[in-house]
Design a protein around this ligand. Structure first.
Ligand SMILES: CC(C)(COP(=O)(O)OP(=O)(O)OC[C@H]1O[C@@H](n2cnc3c(N)ncnc32)[C@H](O)[C@@H]1OP(=O)(O)O)[C@@H](O)C(=O)NCCC(=O)NCCS
Length: 437
């Protein structure tokens, strides 16, 4: 019977390490309103965000019952109820090639500027990894504020995202017609649609992570930001049977000097079919009075270029790593995904924290499913030597092993092994996570 990670007690090793620094490491009681509010304030401070309002607090309040949240407290402070460090985690489904895993989603990592660089973040992160491993979760996952923090804990960037900006007047349209139709819906209808649609999109998108609680609601705007909420529009694509297959959440920013030059900010685009993708891009690019369409957190392989007549009307900027993956259980993680054909591959992994240290043999069958075992590779089996963070990077199939080998970040057993590894590991499409957590 697997352990429910939300019921795990506080991590004793981190508790001891922090007690030695005069700090108290405690799980947050999700029923204690005042303690939760204090935690939320500390989290907001850590990310330089404004203090919470009653509305913004109400939005996040329910999430605490569904997560394991920890604070670090300094009882010598004037306001000891506000933690000096925060972290929160919950189990979340993540799509991998050919399947899915439950990952330990980690968020809200902050340490007060008054307590930074004393090993507090390290104590909390290592505690989270132990919690995830104790609950038999094969991977931990996160999105990051800075790209330099997490590889030391074994996380590697595994999915990238880009911001696409289109000069809508110049782009033109080449996309094939679609049989369904686009209609504008109100926010409640959009949310009701998304409750069905987003899980379907997630299951079809490698790298996508189940989104719940306030992170889901916030995609549609919220009372916590009333001005923003009033500006949001919701366009839905229904297929020829009338089944919703896509949703675009966007807002328009007018140019007060020129009413023909508004900018569309696409806040979220979820498409379960190719028709829905084409229909909603066409709708967005052909809005009247619009000069620019901008969409962030989109795939680096967004089909947009191939939908317009003038590819130079499009720029992909802000290309950056977005989802980070830490493999904790190589056998469970690697056997949960499928591979690009039959074949064998050995992975010799170094992991300073021990979880993934060792040699792992992937034996993929004709249908792409694989048996993975802790075993030395027989002679002649292609092999890669790599640190655990790059195992996370390769895991979703979004990074070519040949590129990592060329960069000298991984070693091949024999020349050419990275090419053979890519045949098995690469995913057909770039992984994508289109939300933050
Ligand atoms: C990032 C943050 C949590 C680090 O907390 P901290 O308690 O100062 O970190 P630690 O003292 O435990 O440092 C652990 C390691 O991370 C490194 N590190 C800490 N902050 C770092 C940063 N911002 N960038 C790069 N490395 C950092 C330390 O040098 C240390 O390295 P080492 O173990 O190899 O010696 C803290 O600076 C913070 O709250 N920043 C603002 C909020 C934020 O960005 N959170 C991350 C959200 S994804």
């Amino acid at each position: 019977m697997p352990v429910d990670p939300l019921t795990l007690p506080v991590d004793p090793a981190a508790q001891q390490a922090l007690a030695a620094r005069g700090l108290r490491f405690d799980l947050l009681d999700p029923g204690d309103d005042a303690a939760v509010r204090a935690w939320v304030e500390a989290d907001a401070r850590g990310f330089h965000e404004p203090a919470s309002t009653d509305e913004s607090f109400a939005l996040v309040r329910g999430d605490f019952a569904e997560s394991r949240t920890t604070g670090v407290y300094d009882d010598g402070l004037a306001d000891p109820a506000v933690p000096v460090a925060t972290i929160t985690s919950w189990p979340a489904a993540m799509t991998v090639p050919g399947g899915e895993v439950t990952g330990w989603a980690i968020s809200g990592v902050t340490v007060s500027p008054t307590h930074r660089r004393r090993g507090v973040a390290r104590a909390m992160l290592e505690a989270e990894l132990r919690a995830a491993a104790a609950a038999d979760l094969p991977v931990a996952i996160l999105t990051v504020s800075e790209a330099t923090i997490y590889s030391r804990y074994g996380f590697g960037p595994a999915a990238w995202a880009a911001e696409w900006t289109v000069d809508a007047r110049r782009a033109g349209w080449l996309g094939a017609p679609v049989p369904g139709r686009v209609q504008l819906v109100d926010r409640d209808t959009a949310i009701a649609t998304a409750r069905e649609l987003l899980p379907a999109v997630r299951r079809a998108t490698v790298g996508d992570v189940q989104i719940v609680g306030h992170r889901f609601v916030r995609l549609f705007g919220s009372d916590a930001d009333a001005a923003d909420l009033r500006r949001r529009r919701f366009a839905r694509y229904d297929d020829e049977q009338g089944v919703p297959r896509g949703l675009a959440v966007y807002k328009l920013e007018q140019d007060p000097r020129d009413f023909t030059s508004s900018t569309v900010e696409v806040r979220h685009l979820a498409t379960a079919t190719d028709d829905a993708c084409r229909a909603l891009w066409q709708y967005l690019l052909q809005l009247d009075l619009v000069h620019t369409v901008r969409a962030g957190l989109r795939s680096v392989e967004e089909p947009l270029r191939w939908l317009v007549r003038d590819q130079r009307a499009i720029r992909a900027t802000e290309l950056r790593e977005h989802l980070w993956v830490r493999v904790l259980d190589p056998v469970a993680a690697l056997s949960a995904r499928t591979y690009g054909g039959p074949g064998r591959l050995a992975l010799r992994v170094t992991d300073p924290l021990g979880y993934a240290q060792g040699e792992w043999l992937i034996e993929a069958a004709d249908d792409g499913t694989a048996t993975v075992s802790a075993a030395a590779a027989p002679d002649g089996v292609p092999a890669l030597e790599l640190p655990v963070d790059l195992l996370g990077s390769l895991y979703l199939g979004g990074v070519p092993a040949v590129v990592l080998a060329r960069a000298g970040r991984i070693a091949e057993g024999r020349p050419g092994d990275a090419v053979l590894a890519d045949r098995l590991l690469r995913a057909p499409e770039a992984p994508l996570l289109a939300t933050w957590f």
